[in-house]
Design a protein. Structure first.
Length: 69
């Protein structure tokens, strides 16, 4: 079973796909490391917090109007 961690940041919801300890990464090695990570891990958002790099996808809020028959 896949655990689905959901976090809220400034009123926006994100599904956490992976957390990587910052001490395991050399982020200054490549100039465009952000786009490389986003493409490789299939995520649209990344955050640095609590000594981790959080790889996430934003949960989009859909506005809808119910149709009554």
């Amino acid at each position: 079973m896949i655990e689905k961690n959901i976090i809220e940041i400034r009123g926006r919801m994100f599904q956490v796909k992976r957390k990587i300890p910052l001490k395991q990464l050399n982020l200054n090695k490549h100039k465009d490391w952000v786009s490389i990570f986003k493409q490789f891990y299939h995520v649209d958002s990344m955050f640095k917090a609590d000594d981790y790099l959080w790889l996430c996808n934003e949960i989009k809020i859909v506005d809808y109007e119910e149709i009554k028959n």
